[in-house]
Design a protein. Sequence first.
Length: 145
Amino acid sequence: MNYLEKAFDFVRNADFEGKKSEELVKKAEDFLGLEFPQEYRKFLCEFGCGDVNGAEIFGIINDKFETNGIPDAIALTARERKEHSLAKTVILISDSDEYYYALDLAREHDGNVPVIDLRPQAKPEDCEVLWESFGEFLCAQFGIA
């Protein structure tokens, strides 16, 4: 079982938005002007967004990207682009007390997109890779191996 499957098994009964349509996911991609990595796309379609034991994973709520707040990753990413010149190659997927966790599409390798610790005013390329994939990130956030 891979990381993503382990994480999905763990969150099936958790507090998540629920399934989102391919059309909504495509609309979100178009809004941000990018394609979501496969693992993140699967998460969005299956769960939308939500949290487990205080670990909040940003995703899609609905198509009100211009007005939604956290945990809407699309709204947050777009707002940070506008207000803080966030790079167009990252998607904000969660936060800690000091920084955001972000998918860094510019570092995609063999279909995996790493999760970085995106600190305020930092360039993505200067940020540390914390997990090699979204699935690894989910497992770490939920405390499963």
